[in-house]
Design a protein around this ligand. Structure first.
Ligand code: AMP
Length: 375
């Protein structure tokens, strides 16, 4: 079966690596030459909205997916009219707009922080009445890895002026003002849903993953989440993600990120795709998020999400450490994306998997000493 993937970055590459042993073939739509996925299938080199490129990409394909959420809405719509696009264009459009995303969560009873939209300077006064500082101002669209956002604290100037200055700095584009959440940890739930003809839908969840960010970029993921000894947070996350997937009739892998607060989970955002906080599943689970995503997209049965104990994943950003030093660490599995070094760029990751979280403490400390980011 040939699967079309919009985007040829590292997520496309890891989808390819997971799918080839199952007999999947790949065609990527990707504007840049020499992308990380290039060696794993055919690449249609064209901009994402280029009609000729789209025609060539969609030719003879039955199934397509995407590996980043900023796929133009028109491209997703065009593809959906010709083949099975999973996750759907609707799920994609919700994830592309932080207001639609938070509204969807709230309407489904999934807890979210207070938020208000700001599309013009005239809306700032009303927004700060609804969402007092401290708050975070984010662009509604095209934000990633903490880009396009400002944390706004209570200061000497009035709240509306603080927000106005930040809104001007972000380019006066449509934004969302969200209450600052005093969280004790950040976690994500990676789940997958498949619709199998004649068998209804099936859902599988990975263990709750705990995530640490540096400068808005994911630094470390640990699964199962150490902050959830009782398993209550995972249970609550599973219930929320199940509600979300069922309401969207979702197909594929989804990642939902939550803040952990004294009052329980607060949903921050969703990614309708395989996710960096699920990269550990390649080494730490019976079936990786990449394989399960492909199985779901290709209407095949899902694989077991059972884990081989505990896992830790650390991202390599900006510069790659010396591979041989990493490989000296017991249990370390190195994944490089074939990208050249550049400050702030995700170049690879390392996973450690062991029978217990305790067994990973020493190799994790060693790994953390070796990995230095260039931001
Ligand atoms: P996001 O782009 O929404 O994933 O935000 C990137 C990171 O900024 C999150 O992982 C948090 O660490 C932090 N952050 C985002 N929104 C908030 C918020 N409302 N309150 C506190 N921290 C936040």
């Amino acid at each position: 079966m040939k699967i079309g993937v919009v985007g040829g970055g590292q997520l496309g590459r890891m989808l390819g690596l997971a799918g080839l042993p199952l007999g999947f073939q790949f065609r990527f739509l990707e504007p840049s030459a020499d992308c990380p996925a290039a060696r794993l299938g055919e690449v249609i080199r064209a901009p994402y909205h280029d009609m000729d490129g789209l025609e060539r990409f969609a030719q003879d394909l039955s199934f397509a997916t995407y590996e980043f959420e900023n796929v133009p809405a028109e491209t997703a719509q065009w593809l959906s009219e010709r083949l099975t696009l999973a996750p759907t264009a609707r799920a994609l459009s919700i994830a592309q707009d932080r207001i639609a995303e938070k509204t969807t969560f709230r309407d489904l009873g999934i807890p979210v922080q207070n938020f208000a939209g700001i599309s013009s300077a005239g809306e700032i006064e009303a927004a700060v009445l609804k969402v007092p500082l401290p708050a975070v101002l984010k662009t509604r669209r095209l934000g990633y890895d903490g880009k396009g956002q400002r944390v706004l604290r209570v200061g000497s100037t009035d709240a509306a002026s603080t927000v106005r200055t930040a809104w001007n700095e972000l380019g006066k584009v449509p934004c969302i003002l969200e209450s600052f959440v005093a969280f004790s940890a950040e976690v994500s739930m990676i789940a997958v849903r498949a619709r199998n003809p004649g068998h209804g839908a099936s859902i599988a969840f990975y263990p709750l993953t705990q995530n640490e960010h540096r400068d808005g970029i994911l630094w470390k993921s640990q699964a199962p989440a150490p902050c959830d000894q009782s398993g209550e947070l995972a249970e609550s996350a599973r219930a929320h993600v199940r509600t979300l997937m069922e309401s969207l009739d979702y197909v594929g892998v989804i990642a939902v990120e939550f803040f952990v607060t004294d009052a329980g989970l607060v949903a921050n955002e969703m990614a309708p795709r395989v996710h960096n906080s699920g990269h550990w599943t390649t080494d730490g689970a019976v079936t990786s998020q990449f394989e399960n995503h492909l199985r779901a997209v290709g209407t095949m049965p899902l694989g077991s999400t059972e884990c081989h104990g505990a896992s830790v994943m650390i991202n390599l950003v900006g510069r790659s450490p010396i591979a041989s030093r990493i490989l000296e660490i017991p249990r370390a599995k190195l994944h490089l994306y074939g990208k050249g070094p550049r400050p702030g760029r995700k170049l690879g990751h390392v996973t450690l998997t062991g029978p217990t979280a305790h067994s990973l403490a020493a190799p994790t400390a060693e790994l953390e000493r070796l990995v230095a980011w260039d931001l």
